[in-house]
Design a protein around this ligand. Structure first.
Ligand code: ATP
Ligand code: MG
Length: 378
């Protein structure tokens, strides 16, 4: 094995949200130590880490501290300043690379890169400034104008039917670089999570079928209810992309399934993904375990599905005036609850999730939907 890091080593992570928290728990359960960098004093990961550096992601002193005290650094989100990643890369192992993060944090670069390696995306046009909207837009309408940077959970996106609407929407989005993407007829949305430590050390989790509500992931169903041919193709495409990027770390790839079974890549995330939370209970090694392994230069763990599983996201919406009715969930033996320790519940805020494991996805799905309802009943 090439250079690798073993338990007791100090690992760093940029970002202390729920993904950082689950990484921290996974790393610590394996005996690693963790330093979290996050400016929020009450970040979900900060309180569980060995050390919480409470500072901005571009804070020179904090970055220096990370570089000097950690053996390797990863990230829980793609919007870290590229310069911070590049600085860290000069001093220690960083995975995913600054270059991979730079591709994933900008929709123009991302889509250009993906189509450049011969993989399909929705037809798109880069809109750097208003003049870019003067060309013929017919091929991209009706479409969705998406901010190139900093969008998530469907934020920073406007649906447009005509060129005039596109112009208006561009103004609404602040005139910042965008992509105009054709709105496709979707049969389903699926995702694949790859863990890659090097060219011969790659593992791919089973395909998840994702349902969204108001632009936010609501549930993931695994295995996805698509044909074997579609699932194989999705995994093949994800692996091809990871190879092209010489990716090291955990890479999530979101796909649209079109009429006739064609697949296009929607977007990628250079980190564990909400649609991979099922792996926490239905895989020997979770996506966070893979993040630890790939970061430490160890081969990825097994990705075989141990049971059909349905993951349900818990958004702040269901807190209303009170806590959800946890007893109804926790009285079930085949359900695992994960809460992120966030102090205040807000509409649309990801507070936790639960996984339901059953003998079939159909049973898991109907049980999951029932429980989601039951949590909210008075
Ligand atoms: P997230 O953070 O949840 O991944 P996001 O803000 O990055 O979301 P996208 O993944 O680009 O946003 O889009 C959110 C959802 O909007 C998609 O999951 C899909 O349901 C729908 N959508 C996006 N682009 C298209 C498209 N070209 N055609 C049809 N539907 C689309
Ligand atoms: Mg998305």
């Amino acid at each position: 094995m090439a250079k690798h890091f073993l338990p007791n080593a100090m690992l760093g992570i940029l970002g202390g949200g729920q993904l950082g928290r689950m990484f921290t728990m996974s790393a610590r359960s394996m005996g690693y130590r963790v330093t979290v960098l996050d400016p929020d004093r009450e970040s979900p990961a900060g309180s569980l880490a060995d050390r919480h550096l409470c500072a901005g992601y571009d804070d020179a002193a904090a970055l220096k501290e990370l570089a000097e005290t950690c053996v390797a650094v990863t990230t829980e989100f793609e919007n870290v300043p590229a310069d911070s990643m590049r600085y860290l890369e000069q001093h220690l192992r960083v995975s995913p690379s600054a270059e991979s993060v730079a591709i994933a944090q900008d929709r123009i670069r991302e889509k250009t890169y993906i189509s450049g390696v011969g993989l399909k995306t929705a037809p798109f046009l880069a809109i750097e400034d208003e003049a870019d909207l003067d060309q013929a837009l017919g091929a991209y309408l009706p479409g969705i104008l998406k901010l190139a940077r900093l969008g998530y959970d469907g934020k920073g996106q406007v649906r447009v039917a005509t060129a005039d609407e596109a112009r208006l929407a561009f103004g609404e989005l602040g005139g910042k670089p965008c992509v105009l993407e054709r709105q496709l007829e979707l049969v389903a949305e699926i995702s694949v999570i790859v863990a890659r430590s090097g060219p011969q050390q790659v593992a791919c989790f089973p395909v998840a079928e994702n349902r969204h509500e108001s632009g936010i992931l609501d549930i993931s169903i695994v295995p996805a209810r698509v044909s074997d041919a579609i699932a194989d193709e999705a995994r093949r495409m994800a692996l091809r992309l990871a190879d092209a990027m010489q990716y090291v770390g955990v890479l999530a790839v979101e796909f649209f399934v079109l009429e006739g079974g064609d697949l296009v890549i929607n977007e990628i995330a250079p980190r564990p993904h909400n649609s991979g939370h099922y792996t926490m209970d239905a895989s020997l090694v979770s996506q966070f375990g893979q993040q630890v392994r790939t970061l430490c230069g160890l081969p990825p763990g097994a990705t075989r599905l141990l049971s059909p599983v349905v993951m349900v996201n818990l958004l702040g919406d269901i807190w209303r005036d009170d806590e959800p009715a946890w007893d109804r969930l926790l009285s079930q033996p085949d359900v695992h609850l994960h809460l992120y320790g966030k102090k205040s519940a807000r509409i649309g805020r990801k507070m936790g999730h639960f996984n339901v494991l059953s003998e079939s996805v159909e049973v898991a799905l109907s049980k999951a939907l029932e429980l989601k309802q039951a949590l909210q009943k008075p």
